[in-house]
Design a protein around this ligand. Structure first.
Ligand SMILES: NC(=O)C1=CN([C@@H]2O[C@H](COP(=O)(O)OP(=O)(O)OC[C@H]3O[C@@H](n4cnc5c(N)ncnc54)[C@H](OP(=O)(O)O)[C@@H]3O)[C@@H](O)[C@H]2O)C=CC1
Ligand SMILES: O=C(CO)COP(=O)(O)O
Length: 337
């Protein structure tokens, strides 16, 4: 594919790593950062010390704090801000009022209270006025490894097959392999729900439990994710793919996972407020745990692991007791729903 003009909104770990993939593919990339000091550092020193130290940005990336300028005459816009920033970011895009041939979001979360997925939040804000091609990019992909060009596979999904194909063409290279899917519901839910399970595995390991507990949470966790996802209209097979099992594995086992690390610190007895303050980066699983609990109640789906994690995060439950209660549940068949 020929070189395209692409904007990446969000200069955190993931936005920066995705911009590097796009720049490596020869595209002309503009990153939008919300702080002037960060934009200046990225432009002048080609670094992003706060979010991805040790990485040098390619020459074909420029950084601006002006959304209008970032999205001017762009073939594609990539959105990579936390779920809590999605509505405001979409509103700023609408204010810039430029038609965009392709919009790809790379955010993993569900909004508490509205219980909407990220693409639904964007639709509700009116993204369709700017683009009829909305896709999501998700999968096992820590920014730290992507930025170092280590082999990575992801899925891009859209209800519009051509949008998924355009996204694949834009990102795909020899280190970054991209698959397409049309199950946007499943791909978005997989990316959001696995963060809850990573908090759970971190909690268990923080308590000193071993690989058996980790395997239990991951395996029963994917069952829980699939049960809820299927009820919400996802293809169950999606949860066996990159944006389900693949991302669950990487987030529950990687030293880079903020969700795992947050869970681990909680398991060591550190308070949630302190954990979040220490992290300095987004831990999406915390708000997603709240959203999934609400969603499961609304849909009448049993999510015992999520409920246990919710109680530890928000109801002062001791992680040891939460684990005991999970183990003491009524006997079940493994495949029972
Ligand atoms: N890091 C990773 O490896 C991966 C992350 N993701 C997902 O990507 C999304 C972004 O995460 P990530 O880049 O890691 O997060 P980081 O914490 O590394 O960076 C967050 C970025 O978003 C900006 N930001 C925060 N709040 C807002 C807001 N309200 N409006 C606009 N910008 C905002 C921050 O700006 P400032 O610095 O000014 O606060 C910063 O640039 C998350 O949903 C995450 O789950 C997906 C795959 C991999
Ligand atoms: O989604 C991710 C990897 O695929 C990043 O996970 P964390 O937010 O837990 O670091």
């Amino acid at each position: 594919m020929g070189a395209k003009k692409v904007a990446v909104l969000g200069a955190g770990s993931w936005g920066t790593a995705l911009a590097i993939v796009l720049a490596d593919n020869g595209h002309d990339v503009t990153i939008w950062a919300r702080r002037y000091s960060q934009a200046k550092e990225m432009n002048e020193h080609k670094t992003n010390e706060q979010y991805l130290s040790d990485v040098t940005l390619p020459e074909n990336i420029t950084v601006t704090t002006d959304v209008k300028e970032a999205v001017k005459e762009r073939d594609a816009v990539i959105i990579s801000v936390p779920t809590s920033g999605i509505r405001e970011m979409t509103r700023q895009l609408l204010e810039a009022n430029r038609k965009i041939p392709l919009v790809v979001h790379a955010t993993k979360g569900i909004e508490p209270d509205t219980l909407l997925r990220v693409s639904e939040m964007m639709e509700e804000e009116g993204i369709h006025k700017l683009s009829s091609n909305l896709a999501v990019l998700s999968g096992p992909s820590h920014a730290e490894e992507v930025a170092r060009r280590q082999p990575t596979t992801v899925t891009v999904s859209s209800q519009v097959m051509n949008a998924a194909k355009m996204s694949q063409d834009l990102f795909m290279n020899t280190q970054f392999r991209v698959y397409t899917s049309q199950d946007m519901v499943g791909v978005e839910l997989g990316g959001a729900l696995k963060n809850v399970m990573a908090l759970g595995v971190g909690l268990a390991e923080g308590l000193g439990y071993g690989d058996n507990a980790k395997a239990a949470i991951m395996t029963r966790g994917i069952a829980e994710m699939t049960r809820l996802g299927t009820k919400l209209g996802a293809d169950p097979l999606t949860f066996a793919g990159l944006s389900g099992l693949g991302d669950l594995i990487v987030t529950c086992t990687s030293k880079y996972s903020r969700n795992w690390r947050a869970g681990y610190r909680l398991g060591r007895g550190v308070s949630l407020d302190q954990v979040l303050e220490e992290m300095g980066m987004v831990v999406e699983g915390v708000k997603t745990t709240q959203a999934v609990s609400q969603l499961a109640k609304k849909e009448g789906v049993e999510v015992p692991i999520t409920t246990a994690i919710y109680d530890c995060l928000f109801n002062g439950q001791s992680p040891v007791r939460a684990g005991q209660l999970l183990m003491d549940r009524d006997p079940k068949k493994e495949t029972e729903h």
